[in-house]
Design a protein around this ligand. Structure first.
Ligand code: SP5
Ligand code: ZN
Length: 324
């Protein structure tokens, strides 16, 4: 399978994230890169498709903010990475915001997604990596986009969950055909759902930890399905058999849309040893999942999302890709 990666994605190297009342070492750190690159072998660098495919799904003000946020942070006399601490309550009226802290809260929904000096460049080349892999799939093949930072928690005008640009949504819309988007990261793909809801010709299905117990809490509940999206939350402890049964359901529902292309948001944080997650898939299970998905016979773009057990991450990714 052709694999795409751009070295500029490495420069996003967050040090810390804030949750449960304390700063923790960032789970989405640059050590994930070598684990995956060593396991997948040869990669190709993307061409530059420019801003147009990003602007097709993201808000102009948000993209402008991402590009200048860290400069504005430094200009305010801060050091390190920009993190929000105050957030507008849902339904507050739009305001013209001046101070960087006000804007950070406006364009983010959590405190785990720091913006550093190289975050925009890394996210931009992550999106270009996804678009290059999409181009490779157009020939009728499968391709893997090693995107980093991840994308599926980012919405049209917000970052969160270590995500800044939604690579899967960018590609689903750029493809310009009937697309099935399958999200099999441990966490609900809230940004992708928000961006693709109601889009003609696109269906979105997500398997994820029950948001009653797990991040991102406010999306992905079982009764939050309808129209062009389907949510299948699963309890902590879910292992292969129950996961596979939900996958069969999701694939059947996606196939009803007669898709011409499958986009997979792939997270390896469903792994039993993941440090921030609570499912129980083992390394060989990723090949079984891939074979299940490949059996539907669609050209497939695989986009990297989460996965934090660095010692096993490369193996899990390579095993998944090998199953195709
Ligand atoms: C792309 C992706 O996988 N983003 C995930 C963001 C999850 N952030 C959750 C932060 C809270 C983690 N709680 C961990 C408890 C460890 N004992
Ligand atoms: Zn995840």
């Amino acid at each position: 399978m052709r694999c795409f990666w751009d070295e500029r994605q490495r420069a996003h190297a967050p040090a810390v994230e804030f949750f449960n009342g304390a700063l923790h070492p960032a789970a989405e750190h640059d050590g994930r890169v070598d684990s995956i690159l060593a396991a997948i072998g040869r990669t190709e660098a993307p061409a530059d498709h420019g801003m147009a495919p990003l602007l097709a799904v993201h808000d102009t003000g948000y993209l402008d903010f991402l590009q200048r946020a860290h400069r504005d942070w430094l200009a305010a006399g801060r050091t390190g990475e920009a993190l929000p601490y105050a957030f507008p309550v849902v339904g507050r009226r739009p305001l013209r915001l001046g101070r960087i802290d006000a804007e950070l809260g406006r364009y983010a929904y959590d405190t785990t997604t720091p913006i550093g000096p190289a975050s925009w460049e890394a996210a931009y080349w992550g999106a270009q990596t996804a678009l290059a892999a999409l181009g490779a799939v157009r020939g009728g093949d499968h391709a893997f986009a090693f995107c980093r930072p991840p994308g599926h928690h980012a919405g049209a005008d917000y970052c969160g969950g270590y995500s800044y640009l939604n690579n899967a949504a960018i590609c689903a819309v750029a493809a310009g055909k009937r697309v099935a988007v399958l999200d099999i990261d441990y966490h609900h793909g809230n940004g992708t759902q928000d961006m693709l809801a109601g889009r003609e010709g696109i269906r979105f299905a997500s398997l994820h930890a029950d948001p009653a117990t797990d991040y991102p809490f406010y999306w992905g509940h079982a009764d939050e399905s309808g129209g062009n999206f389907l949510n299948l939350p699963l309890p902590r402890g879910t292992a292969f058999d129950a996961y596979d049964a939900a996958l069969v359901r999701a694939l059947g529902w996606l196939a009803e849309g007669s898709p011409e292309l499958l986009v997979i948001s792939f997270g390896a944080d469903t792994y039993v040893g993941d440090p921030i997650s609570h499912f129980a898939l083992d390394t060989p299970d990723y090949a079984r999942l891939a074979r299940r998905i490949a059996a539907i016979g669609l050209p497939t773009l695989i986009v990297m999302e989460g996965g934090y057990a660095v010692h096993a991450l490369g193996d899990n990714v390579a095993t998944f890709l090998g199953g195709f």
